[in-house]
Design a binder for this molecule. Sequence first.
Ligand code: SF4
Length: 722
Amino acid sequence: MTPTALAAATDTHCPYCSLQCGMRLVPGTDRPAEVLERPDFPVNRGALCGKGRSAPALLARNVRLTGPLLRDRPGGPLRAADWPEALDRVATGMARTRARHGPDAVGVFGGGGLTNEKAYLLGKFARVVLGTANIDYNGRFCMSSAAAAHRRAFGLDRGLPFPLADIPHTGCLILVGGNPAETMPPAVRYFRELRENGGKLIVVDPRRTRTAELADLHLQPRPGGDLALALGLLHLVIADGLVDQEFVARRTSGFEQARAAAMAHWPDRVERITGVPVHQLREVAAMFGRAATGMVLTARGPEQQSKGTDTVGAWIDLCLATGKAGRPYSGYGCLTGQGNGQGGREHGQKADQLPGYRSIEDPVAREHVAAVWGVAPESLPGPGRSAYELLDGLGRPDGVRALLLAGSNPAVSAPNANHVTERLRALDLLVVADVVLSETARLADVVLPVTQWAEEDGTTTNLEGRVILRRRALDPPPGVRSELWVLGELAARLGVSTGFPAGAEQVFEELRRASAGGDADYAGIGYERIAAEDGVFWPCPTPDHPGTPRLFLDRFATPDGRARFAAVTHRPAGEEPDGDYPLYLTTGRVLAQYQSGAQTRRVAELNAAAPGPYVELHPRLAGRLGIADGEPVAVTSRRGRAVAPARVTDAIRPDTVFMPFHWAGAGRANSLTNPALDPVSGMPEFKLCAVRVEPVGVGLVGSEPLGSEPLGSEVAKPEPDR
Ligand code: SF4
């Protein structure tokens, strides 16, 4: 079952979402480890969802990779290999590609689930060893629009500018396009406590989700209506005299332009665009505008749009106009998604960034980081392509031809996934480092099995900006290595023999120096301190600095200390419904699965709870199309087709269908999604595209599975001799 049983209880954190719940691992009976609650950890206070409780199932050998795999010829099978052979193949392939086509023909694609240490070393490997500009990561698909809007308004991007524990003390909270009751259930207690304290909770979502059912008021706009909705509320706040003039004058800039933009979004117009009735707009504007304190939280709904940065900017404008930012129990925040969605974007695996949230185009930043790395600043490449642009260019003459991919499964999670899969197949060399044989790993020439959460030390940064420590609780199987070790071995084979230690704490010590003086300053944070304090909030520039749980209380992080209004206007989505594709498709997550499902689809109890994809549609729409509940339906967009059973429910708008995106096969939602990119953040428009829906006979579904795969059906390769 497991090579090394747990010797004792180990306090660590869940491998999945950005809440990074604290948990205690103890020796298991039918699993390598069992999970106990840690009521003392302040974020989740002991509560865990089913994903966290069942996470040790992934440590078992029958669901994971236990040795490297190689493909000897295109189209041939993967076979077991030993580490020297696998690493030699990777290094030789990368060196050959670089020699023939230049450094930018070798690319790196990371993930928001990687620890800070892995993300940091991956960025350093790309810039120092490969010399490529082309490194990006799947976090571009999660929070990049919120990050861009955050930086534009406040000069700094941290998911939440306050701890979750502040939520119960605010007067009115608007949650836009997020469903924590399914994505991070332990966080729901903060929203419940808010209401118990007399605060108001308003949820904006095209679906009546479990979270919306907790709200005082649920607004159900059309997909893509979030920007107009925020502008309409700002319009009403201004018209009703609810602007905090003193705050606007003292702590912001650009209000007049924002006011002019908002005045073009009068209530009737906003009702026509969004479908939200004027009386609800007025109710929300009054509720939020009159509350003494207030928060707006966004999640993937408004962010994963081709206008995501502007949409988040408009919600921030609403906060600024009403004086609800930079004050206790007030502010704008983003509920980040992946486990290290926050830290993963701070330390250099993003195409335009260096560690410490520094810009790769800033000469001072380049000089600082180059000095830490012991290289010349001019040797560092400039910004590379954003995630979808990088994937779209794979195998093309001007694109990446050899790709190292770590902790990501774009064959399922990228938009326009049929096309992305084609591009992955067009590579000269695809190397995938992962825990399991994901759909993307199945396409690889080389698969490198790597350690996971309970088998390694490492830090992550949760959605609050709290840097926390995952502890090694047990040994990995003998054929498995950490990505840190892999990068060091590859660096040595490519001629860089120092600067790539395999120890996580050693890497973190260097990260501290590289981040010093940057926006995300970790210089004062060490492993011992994190363990002693149950996490430290960045920025924390010195060991005696207390950390920064609450940002912006004195000034915003802009050069003049003022927050900047965005002054944006509504525009249509990249693709709106028309005669051929008359419905909106929106996508999202379910309680028992996580992201591309590469991990959670291998956990028996999670698979039993959420065994496959489905298409949610309103009874009126189902009746019009002649579709019965449970019947297979085909959903078709301009990019592809997906088939899944219908789930008929009045929780969704009649003009919209919903699919969860966790599955591969015929029910893959991302076969349909539109890669229209936000011009600022590079975020693809996952949250809406135009589709048509048709019933299909059971016999016409096709032989490809709808998405669920038998547990362990494809792994458990024999461990190679060594
Ligand atoms: S809420 Fe997130 S971090 Fe907590 S147990 Fe569930 S998946 Fe893990």
